[in-house]
Unconditional design. Structure first.
Length: 123
């Protein structure tokens, strides 16, 4: 560590620290962390992105979109389901998935738009 990236003395603003610590006591941070962890995997992020553009997709559709086996796609979809990101329903012999919460769409779009503009997506 160089002296340029750390404080030379230990002094903090107690009011600011207490304010932010109070904000972090919320359950919202726990939900946000779960969401970001779930989307940190490239395949799960692709699935969420695909579901932002299609109302629902079957497991076979998802497998083709992410270029995986049905078993792998199903594994990722179960993970997203456990995290409360997607819903599923069975129609005959097919299982369809959709986003559980529409509020995920702007988050994913914002992340992709900002990174595309900065040239980071394929870097």
């Amino acid at each position: 560590m160089s002296n340029q990236d750390t404080c030379e003395i230990y002094l903090y603003d107690e009011e600011k620290v207490n304010h932010v610590q109070e904000l972090l006591q919320s359950e919202d941070i726990v939900h946000a962390v779960r969401l970001f962890k779930a989307l940190a995997d490239e395949n799960r992020a692709k699935i969420a992105y695909a579901l932002c553009h299609e109302k629902e997709l079957c497991v076979c559709d998802v497998a083709n979109i992410i270029g995986s086996s049905v078993a792998t796609a199903s594994h990722h979809l179960r993970m997203l389901s456990r995290q409360g990101i997607v819903n599923h329903h069975k129609d005959g012999k097919m299982v369809f998935y959709s986003l559980k919460d529409e509020r995920i769409k702007p988050l994913i779009s914002l992340a992709l738009i900002n990174h595309k503009q900065e040239g980071i997506v394929n870097a």
